[in-house]
Design a protein around this ligand. Structure first.
Ligand code: UDX
Length: 439
């Protein structure tokens, strides 16, 4: 099968490389010349476990290539995937400028039956808009009779586990309004469905909403647990035990119940706000979703509030060490990361920051610059003479850190732990002033 993947961000690159791995012929297109050149030279611009090897192997085997030429790539493909960014607009809705730009070019380039598939998370109703734009372009070219189908095939991959998630999906959601497109999609995914991964077929609007609803549900679980963590603190309970008391109930399950410094990343915050916006436009109330978003905003300030309540209002002479800048482990992504927002707040109060992250230093440097912040490639060097350590991301190396060494390097043994990595009793015995979430 011949596939054109428009957009080589996280989703486009991972999905493109994985389709090639499944045996399809894939051409990935982007309008960024530097990105395409570096990909053609085998350099993958993002940190994603397993991706570089996958790209290298499939390029070598001739199944995966990269191009700047959208028109030609589209014209030579049967399946055209749209995986360009949908950044949030000012009102929280998804900005479809890049999507619609790609769609227009698709309409201007196809000359035989093609399936146009949305992989980007697009607002409900986008498929119909896309259909309209393609029809308009075809009409301009005198090709209004040319047949094409629109499919919604949302992606559920997690950063840090994206390749694994794509090749071993819990489900493949396919939204179509006709059986021809469904048959094509079934053939495309046969290498996965034949291994028992289910393909769930539904109408287009439901598929579009299924993506938002899934992310919003997971975000809801997190905000719910963060709210319960607040109650734990006030009644002297421990959220980790409360969680354990819940997760063995099969109806609840154990995933996405960890309290912490709030959710970040490119999906949850953006998608929760986008679904609220979508509903509000249609006069549908969104009490739960608004609360999820509100709780998360508050939670992201949790470590900042711990610092203020411990050190008082004057923070100007403080030096604080920060471990973990990415929004979660196994990624260099710092989008909407609680660490970045907290560092901004602390710097405004005159705090000096000494930061470490195993892979996100470069991205953090681009976002935060050099004012009142130093970056360290060794986590222990970041602790030197700091008044306290703030921990934002549960990287494995932090979980197994040398507590004695932390204690000896900090000016005072104070640890504000946003991911509950350590046992409070043990930390007390080790001589730490230790504060975590919901305990
Ligand atoms: C998410 C969805 O999981 C994925 O299906 C979708 O396609 C894109 O959005 P991702 O953003 O990569 O993936 O990260 P995920 O692992 O889901 O974590 C999101 C955020 O929630 C992180 O900030 C993480 O720290 C936080 N989180 C997660 C918690 O605070 N507690 C939990 O129990 C789980």
């Amino acid at each position: 099968m011949k596939i054109c993947m428009i957009g080589t961000g996280y989703v486009g690159l991972v999905v493109g490389a994985c389709f090639a791995e499944m045996g399809h012929q894939v051409i990935c297109v982007d309008n960024n010349p530097a990105k395409i050149t570096s990909l053609q030279n085998g350099q993958v611009p993002i940190y994603e476990p397993g991706l570089e090897q996958l790209v290298e192997r499939n390029v070598q085997d001739g199944r995966l290539s990269f191009s700047l030429d959208l028109a030609q790539s589209v014209a030579s493909s049967q399946f055209i995937f749209i995986a360009v960014g949908t950044p949030p607009a000012e009102d929280g809705s998804a900005d479809l400028t890049y999507v619609m730009n790609a769609v227009q070019q698709i309409g201007a380039s196809i000359h035989a039956y093609a399936i146009v598939i949305t992989k980007s998370t697009v607002p409900i109703g986008s498929a119909e808009r896309i259909r309209g734009v393609i029809q308009e372009e075809l009409m301009k070219r005198g090709l209004s009779e040319l047949d094409f189908d629109i499919v919604s095939n949302p992606e559920f991959l997690r950063e840090g586990a994206a390749v694994e998630d794509f090749l071993h999906p819990n489900r493949i959601v396919v939204g179509t309004d006709n059986s021809r497109a469904l048959e094509y999609m079934e053939k495309l995914y046969l290498p996965l469905t034949s291994q028992g991964h289910p393909l769930v077929h539904m109408d287009i609007a439901s598929a579009e909403l299924a993506k938002y609803a899934s992310n919003a549900m997971l975000a809801t679980r997190i905000s719910f647990m963060n709210e319960i963590a607040g109650i734990c603190e006030s009644v002297g309970a421990d959220i980790e035990w409360v969680r354990r008391g819940m997760e063995f109930d099969h109806r609840i399950g154990s995933y996405f119940l960890s309290a912490g410094v709030g959710y970040g990343g490119s999906c949850f915050p953006k998608d929760v706000r986008a679904i609220i916006q979508s509903a509000t436009e249609r006069n549908v109330p969104t009490h739960i979703l608004e609360a999820v978003d509100k709780v998360n905003h508050k939670q992201k300030k949790k470590l900042y509030e711990m610092v203020v309540s411990h050190f008082g209002e004057d923070l100007s002479r403080l030096k604080l060490a920060v471990w973990g800048l990415s929004f979660k482990p196994e990624t260099d992504d710092i989008r909407e990361a609680p660490s970045i927002e907290t560092i901004e707040l602390l710097r405004q109060r005159g705090v000096n920051i000494q930061a470490h992250d195993p892979v996100a230093l470069q991205n953090a440097y681009q976002a935060l610059g050099e004012e009142n912040i130093k970056y360290f490639t060794n986590p222990y060097e970041a602790l030197m003479d700091a008044d306290a350590l703030l921990l934002f991301t549960e990287w494995k190396q932090y979980r197994f850190a040398d507590l004695g060494r932390i204690k000896s390097l900090l000016k005072q043994p104070i640890l504000f732990d946003g991911r509950n990595l350590f046992d409070p009793e043990m930390m007390k015995e080790e001589g730490f002033v230790y504060q975590s979430i919901g305990r």
